[in-house]
Design a protein around this ligand. Structure first.
Ligand code: FAD
Ligand code: 2HG
Ligand code: ZN
Length: 483
């Protein structure tokens, strides 16, 4: 088996009948009610090919009103639902475990408004991140988040997972950039919290609950968010560093010398680089003559070419002189910038080409972060696996990936619960940005104490008393069923 997930279907849920399909066809039209086995197959499988469900029905609503009608009906009938955006999630959250109905948000793909003075974007949940970025770019703005999955992930999925990504260091998390949310609760109630205000202290900030709740509290149908101005001057450098302790010295120096223009600080190890060069076509090694355990991608985004260049040059001179960096290169044009980002963003895709992979997404104090990769590598030295480490060093977020030939319980036993216990012992988090999904629904206790989990279960019961929204995900099953 690939994971820790619910072993059996919750029999309090109904099974689909003809009358249900007929109702959905009436509300959504025939073409938005998907029952064809071939069409359902990719919707039942996750991006990694690690998890698979058995849904016989996917629905594609085109308006908030349709989402509301579908949910009210499912709630009355006790039909379980899985919201699915771009299906790029990495914890098995966006696909069913059993026969849950898949609710696709792809039909909710309209931009509602953009205010070119404040940079406030209001759009439906199914808009693809990269499309939104191109649209706001044309008006001199950028999306406050960027990630390798940008070409297929949707803003509703990003908000529902509270995606972090490559720019969090500069623009902060979605808990800050999202100004408003429209969501539909399990019983069909439309929660209109789609404000565009920067400041609003009237009562509890309920929109925050939907951010990162992975489709368990409601279906997000629209979002308003604050876009920062697009930087006219962007520089990227690629640095080879001799050991992990030094990556932190370079980080401290980058914050001191680059200050407000520092926009990303990413790292990967030699193993991640080798895998990417081997499995992805068209990737060029920026430093072909240098072999070192660690590489950094440092990006600056500012508004004054000359000033930014000067800052970057003096930062580089300093880290070279102090021998923190063995070798480095600055991208000379946008193609070279894309080339360097292509390596960092390509690691997950390369690993997917390499075969099955176990992924861990951890927040750990930076000083100790890479010890976990080394210890995991040692524990598994006798097994046919490749252990790689990379991630958002500037945010204290490690991606530990174990690449193997097939998903295998023997391999898994060497990783779990070791990785979770190791992280808990350092008061880290077992999910920095990917969420819990089905993979870690039984594991939240490694990061959150029982009274906090109990409060979460109460929130869940208030929003979704019948538990129809994304069952078997995020929260432990025993307790969720015992409510
Ligand atoms: P899905 O995968 O479809 O869904 C994710 C979860 O949200 C599921 O639980 C689903 O039920 C729920 N959901 C989706 N839409 C809605 C909605 N409208 N309302 C309610 N619930 C909903 N993540 C990061 O944080 N940082 C990264 O740097 C990053 N890089 C990635 C790179 C690659 C190549 C890939 C494949 C993934 C990456 N991810 C990253 C994972 C990340 O979770 C997703 O890419 C993204 O945020 C999910 O968006 P999606 O539309 O694909 O959502
Ligand atoms: C990244 O930062 C993503 O590249 C994906 O969050 C990480 O695949 C992974 O483990
Ligand atoms: Zn990441």
């Amino acid at each position: 088996s690939a994971s820790t997930a619910a072993a059996s279907r919750n029999e309090s849920f109904a099974t689909l009948e003809d009358k249900d399909r007929n109702f959905f066809r009436e509300v959504l039209g025939d073409s938005n009610v998907i029952t064809d086995t071939d069409a359902l197959q990719p919707l039942n499988e996750d991006w990694m090919g690690k998890y698979a469900g058995k849904s016989k029905l996917a629905l594609r609503p085109k308006s908030t009103e349709q989402v509301s009608k579908v949910l009210a009906y499912c709630n009355d009938r006790r039909l379980a639902i899985v919201p699915q955006g771009g299906n790029t999630g990495l914890v098995g959250g966006s696909i069913p475990l059993f026969d849950e109905v898949i609710l696709l948000t792809a039909g909710l793909n309209q931009v509602i408004s953009f205010d070119a003075v404040s940079g406030t974007l209001v759009c439906q949940a199914g808009c693809i991140l990269e499309h939104l970025d191109s649209q706001v770019s044309a008006q001199g703005f950028t999306m406050p988040l960027d990630l390798g999955a940008k070409g297929s992930c949707q803003i509703g999925g990003n908000v529902s997972t509270n995606a972090g990504g490559l720019r969090l260091l500069r623009y902060g998390s979605l808990h800050g950039s999202v100004l408003g949310i429209e969501a539909v609760l399990a019983d069909g109630t439309v929660v209109d919290a789609l404000q565009t205000l920067r400041k609003d202290n009237t009562g509890y900030d309920l929109k925050q609950l939907f951010i990162g709740s992975e489709g368990t509290l409601g279906v997000v149908t629209a979002v308003s968010l604050l876009c920062p101005p697009r930087s006219s001057s962007v520089h990227v450098c690629y640095l080879a560093v001799p050991d992990f302790a030094t990556t932190q010295k370079v980080f401290v120096k980058a914050r001191q010398r680059l200050g407000e223009i520092l926009s990303a600080f990413e790292f990967f190890d030699q193993q991640a680089l080798d895998l990417t060069l081997k499995h992805l076509e068209g990737i060029r090694n920026p430093l072909p003559d240098t072999q070192t355990p660690f590489y950094l991608v440092v990006e600056t985004s500012g508004s004054n070419e000359e000033h930014d260049n000067e800052k970057l040059q003096s930062f580089l001179e300093e880290v070279m002189e102090e021998e923190m960096v063995l070798d480095g290169t600055i991208a000379q044009d946008s193609a070279q910038i894309a080339g360097i980002w292509g390596i960092r963003e390509g690691i997950s895709v390369a690993l997917k080409h390499a075969g099955p992979v176990y992924k861990y997404d951890l927040s750990i104090p930076v000083a100790e972060m890479y010890d976990l990769v080394e210890e995991t590598r040692q524990r598994m030295a006798h097994l046919p696996v490749e252990v790689v480490g990379y991630g958002h060093l500037g945010d204290g977020n490690l991606h530990l990936n174990v690449s193997c030939q097939k998903y295998d319980d023997e391999i898994l036993r060497h990783i779990e619960p070791f990785v979770y216990e190791w992280t808990a012992a350092r008061r880290g988090s077992i999910s920095a940005e990917h969420g819990l999904g089905q993979m870690k629904a039984e594991c939240i206790r490694y990061t959150k104490p029982q009274p906090v989990v109990d409060l979460m279960l109460q929130v869940k019961n208030t929003f979704d008393p019948n538990g129809i929204l994304n069952p078997y995900k995020v929260l432990p099953q025993v307790m969720a069923v015992a409510q």
